[in-house]
Design a protein around this ligand. Sequence first.
Ligand code: NDP
Length: 287
Amino acid sequence: MPQRYAVIGNPIEHSRSPLIHEAFARQLGIDLSYEKLWAPIDGFEEAVTAFRENGGRGMNVTVPFKLEAFDLAGRHSARAERALAANTLVFPASAEEPVYADNTDGVGLVNDLRFHGLKLEGKRVLILGAGGATRGVLAPLLEQQPQEILIANRNPDRAYGLVEEFSDATGECRLHGCPLAGIEDSLFDLVINATPASLTAQLPPLPDALIGARTVAYDMAYGAEPTVFMQWAEERGARHSLDGLGMLVEQAAESFSLWHGQRPDTAPVRDLLREDIRLSAEAAESD
Ligand code: NDP
């Protein structure tokens, strides 16, 4: 019998997690099934319980259930505690044992940046957006000891709130916030777009001075083409512009390691996913 896993969300049809986990499993000779599970907005806990009772061993959790996933678990990793949100659940074999929750989004981003050769120590980092994704990546980013992290958000109070919440984890890093429309004119080493703006081809209002020859522009969104944010940064001479595909694969690798105790090679799976997205876009165009 294959081990049973799933990704749960609403919506869920777009998820590429099954492709990624099945590719990891083939690589390491693990027999698993990995399905997409849609749950009604008010039916997360019921859906998780039913999946577990039917032999489910673990789950990835996506929008909008990450906070509920954290609340449902009886044990948490330190990074899930920090984010108050979980994207990975582990179901112990004994029904008496509590569900364990982890959050692998942040380490996924850090591992992707590492994959691309970017070290954050002593660097200036700007994050656009102060939602769940920013909350999840802040602690792992702070652990890399950048010189500064500025969080800029449309609603600045959410940025200030995160600054306050993570004030005990900053070490030597200057963590501060500002309104999205009020970012200072200065050069950053890494600019992360953690808003969903690119998904609707929108570009937040950004000063040109953010980008220079040493800047890496990172969009958490991804698609068949470079996003509007990536294009904007490239036109201003950024060193690299990256999308969030690598983060997606790396967070999945971390969940996979937690479930199976073995770490997959992410490089071929990045290529596979890139090709799958390209083919889907081609098919959609010819419809
Ligand atoms: P949330 O809904 O929790 O937060 C969205 C944030 O973006 C808020 O701060 C919001 O500002 C801001 N925002 C929304 N729309 C706009 C806009 N048009 N212009 C400027 N700011 C905007 O989303 P998440 O944090 O969960 O996700 C953010 C993005 O990151 C999504 O695109 C998601 O798909 C991606 N992501 C990618 C991952 C990966 O593995 N590649 C993993 C996790 C997330 P305000 O507070 O003012 O409303």
